[in-house]
Ligand binder design. Structure first.
Ligand code: IMP
Ligand code: MG
Length: 179
């Protein structure tokens, strides 16, 4: 069994299931974004979304621009406060463009809601949100992503970009850290 710092990992979503679901999401997004005037801008949140973004855009058969936003959230380390500090802003001017905001996981939703508000100030024509995972029963704010890969139980997860203290990002599946 795999482990990180002595904690065993149990497989929750395997590579094949991820690939299949990412393909389905890409089809859906592609269809919705086909109305975009000019190329849509896919905005990935660093660092967690880097693998999901890489897979998602390669499954899409439309021309897209890829950009990344890096924010840190203030507050305790275990739970986000919803107050964000921008570490790397977009390189692309998204005013009047169709934008897809992509993140790895929605937990309380505080961070994503704040980032959504931040991006709206840049006046995109359309702003949709896609998360690879959504933890069930954890949401603290009224924020509903337009596209969700998988709903997952309230466990700490690693792999496919998600980390535990920077470890586990490069695992090909999604694993729960067992105690
Ligand atoms: P939220 O503001 O509570 O929704 O926080 C979401 C962020 O917390 C995600 O973008 C992740 O970076 C991180 N996060 C939440 N749950 C997990 C997890 O189970 N594993 C790894 N990172 C997580
Ligand atoms: Mg994150």
């Amino acid at each position: 069994m795999r482990e990180i710092r002595g904690k065993p990992l149990s497989l929750l979503i395997d590579e094949g299931s991820i690939r299949k679901r990412v393909r389905e999401l890409a089809r859906e997004i592609e269809k919705d974004f086909s109305h975009s005037e000019g190329e849509p801008v896919v905005v990935g949140l660093l660092k967690g979304a880097f693998i999901f973004v890489a897979d998602l855009v390669r499954e899409m058969d439309i021309a897209v621009v890829v950009d990344f936003l890096w924010v840190s959230s203030y507050g305790q380390s275990t739970e986000s406060s919803g107050v964000i500090k921008v570490l790397k802003d977009l390189d692309t001017d998204v005013e009047g463009r169709w934008v897809l905001l992509v993140d790895d996981i929605l937990d309380t939703g505080l961070t994503l809601k704040e980032i959504h508000t931040f991006l709206l100030r840049k006046k995109p024509a359309v702003l949709r949100t896609c998360v690879f995972l959504e933890k069930e029963g954890r949401k603290k704010v009224d924020f509903n992503p337009d596209y969700i890969g998988f709903k997952v139980p309230n466990k700490f997860l690693v792999g496919y970009g998600l980390d535990w203290g920077e470890m586990g990002r490069n695992l090909k599946g999604i694993y729960a850290v067992e105690s």
